[in-house]
Design a protein around this ligand. Structure first.
Ligand SMILES: [Zn+2]
Length: 589
């Protein structure tokens, strides 16, 4: 994922709107009708909308729809709409495409797609699952008819290719999907276990170096002494205790083949050189974290037994989350320090599973994917810090920050947007560092509750600014905006959102504001009048910086704002166009 130039479909930004209307009902069919009648890119007989996913959070409903053109999907042409329980639109992310005429050219034929697959795989039985569909794909300057091939192979690879009619691969990427795979266990038995909590360097309060070194997974006594005794709930089946719970299954799904450890007694106490140690370590931390999220009040987050292989990825020094074939799974490599010996790696990967649970099929786009990495880093670092704050700013304290790799930090002074590098791992530091600052200010449980509630509203192609506004909106929904002030402070210090709330209006020669007195006193509309037709966005915020609404306009010479439903106070109107960005204060008496 290094320095290659991002593809236009990854750079594209969804148009976001906040507090932008109300729908009579939260019924998905009525919401669909609403989208067809209000989204300009969906107008006309050639367009239809397909409902893809729905999730319910603590305060609202979150639906993902897909744009179809002449019955075929438009790649990533989506709308994510987030409603409160009465149908108020809290936020909407429009990533649909404007199509004036049918994109020219033919769809690739299926035989060509199979030729491409055959050129990648010599052995047909290396493939587990293939999916081929026709769609319209954005090449940047124009849309083309294309085929999308989704492939899952026995090596655990899961990726998609976009093919044009000339059999050229015009786009490819790793991908994940989501499916609910419930498997119910009814027998839980407590067992004793030994784990690193969160890792041996943090508990010993030392840095990497002799004798605190990997030494090829050897039983160094100083490292083994850092193991802590804990109790885990396991399953007892056919005279055997197994590392299985309703939310985690230790499995063998990725080479090398290492059978999950079992025990004839309720005891799973291993030293770090034993394969069972990593199984127990991952099992323990995943269950603890799942219980924590559930106790925050979220009962549909990773509500299935996730598969976990702690000796995976052919020995690579890497780990991943994948839901290829509809089976969500975590795979931990053993290169360098075994990844599953470090709770930071375990919780980071589990963070991807949490995100996929709350907002499935939305992890597309450069800033959006960086946000997913950042949220995993933040979950890992905040979990670690809650156990032991030694070197809290280092993520992957044991797996990284050593000769094998550098690890990452959650204490960065990078500023948005000028420090973005279009590298999802480096850019992740902006968001994860900000979340740590907010957590230090308002507490971990409160921060996590707000962040997870916001996660349900995440969309494809969204920006970090959008994410900041979603976090603020989540606090308004959950707590009536009780923590908006500290959240806004850190978000604006980082550059995610403007800090100009409450400043005097400046440079408003670009537009006139008419009838501000009627707006203040008589419930009449104020009129923003431009010198020439403009396209851009208008945003109304209260003194706390909470967004009252945010809407786009195009080619307009004026814009009307109604004071209806506003309580008394000062409101900041911010107008942003290609030509200028100005603010104006409106009063409501
Ligand atoms: Zn990651």
């Amino acid at each position: 994922m290094g320095s290659r130039l991002p593809h236009p479909v990854d750079v594209r930004k969804a148009v976001s709107s906040f507090y932008c209307g109300k729908i009579e009902s939260t019924d998905t069919t009525l919401v669909k009708q609403y989208l067809l009648s209000t989204i300009s890119n969906l107008k006309g007989a050639d367009f239809s909308v397909e409902y893809l996913e729905g999730k319910q959070s603590k305060t609202g409903l979150h639906y993902l729809y897909r744009q179809n053109y002449q019955g075929k999907p438009v790649y990533r042409g989506t709308i994510k709409i987030n409603l409160d329980k009465t149908g108020n639109i809290i936020s909407l992310f429009d990533n649909t495409y404007h199509i004036l005429e049918t994109p020219s050219g033919e769809f690739p034929n299926t035989d060509d797609c199979y030729d491409i697959i055959k050129s990648i795989y010599k052995e047909e039985n290396d493939i587990v699952k293939i999916l081929i569909e026709d769609l319209y794909f954005d090449l940047g300057p124009r849309l083309i008819p294309a085929s999308r091939i989704e492939l899952w192979d026995k090596g655990g690879n899961f990726f998609e290719l976009i093919i044009d009619a000339e059999q050229m691969i015009v786009y490819e990427r790793d991908m994940n999907d989501y499916f609910n795979n419930n498997r119910v266990h009814d027998v839980d038995t407590p067992a004793l276990a030994r784990v690193f909590n969160p890792d041996p360097l943090t508990t010993a309060e030392v840095s990497y170096g002799t004798p605190y070194e990997d030494a090829s997974d050897a039983d160094i006594s100083q490292l083994n002494m850092q193991r802590q005794q804990v109790t885990i709930d396991v399953v007892f089946e056919n005279d055997t205790f197994k590392l299985e719970s309703p939310y985690c299954l230790i499995t063998e799904h990725s080479i090398p083949v290492v059978t999950p450890v079992t025990s004839l007694t309720p005891a799973f106490e291993f030293t770090r050189s034993q394969d069972g140690f990593e199984d127990v370590n991952a099992f323990y931390h995943i269950n603890v974290y799942h219980d924590y999220v559930q106790q925050l009040g979220f009962d549909n987050i990773v509500d299935y037994p996730i598969w976990v292989d702690t000796h995976a990825m052919g020995g690579a020094d890497n780990s991943n989350f994948s839901s290829a074939g509809g089976v969500p799974k975590l795979s931990f490599g053993e290169g360098g320090v075994d990844d599953a010996e470090d709770a930071d790696v375990i919780i980071h990967e589990y963070g991807h599973a949490i995100s996929h649970s709350a907002a499935p099929n939305t992890n597309d786009g450069i800033e959006r994917t960086a946000l997913d990495e950042a949220i995993g880093d933040y979950f890992a670092a905040s979990y670690s810090k809650s156990i032991n704050s030694y070197n809290w700013q280092k993520v992957f304290s044991w797996d990284g920050h050593n000769p094998f790799w550098n690890g990452r930090v959650v204490e960065s002074d990078k500023h948005y947007p000028e420090d973005l590098q279009n590298n999802l791992y480096k850019d992740a530091e902006l968001w994860s560092s900000t979340m740590m600052q907010i957590m230090d200010d308002i507490g971990r449980e409160r921060t996590d509750e707000i962040l997870i509630e916001a996660l349900y509203s995440f969309s494809l192609q969204m920006s970090m600014t959008d994410a900041a506004n979603l976090v603020i909106a989540a606090d308004v929904s959950l707590n009536g905006g009780g923590y908006v002030a500290p959240i806004r402070y850190w978000m604006c210090m980082r550059g995610f959102i403007p800090c100009d709330v409450g400043i005097d209006e400046n440079g408003i020669s670009n537009f006139n504001v008419l009838n501000s007195y009627g707006f203040a006193t008589r419930d009449e509309q104020a009129v923003i009048q431009f010198n020439s037709p403009q396209s851009g966005t208008i945003q109304l915020t209260d003194v706390m910086g909470r967004i009252i609404f945010s809407e786009s306009f195009s080619g307009s010479s004026e814009y009307k704002i109604s004071p209806k439903n506003l309580s008394s106070g000062i409101y900041l109107t911010k107008v942003t166009t290609q030509n200028f960005s100005s603010s104006y204060k409106l009063m409501k008496w």
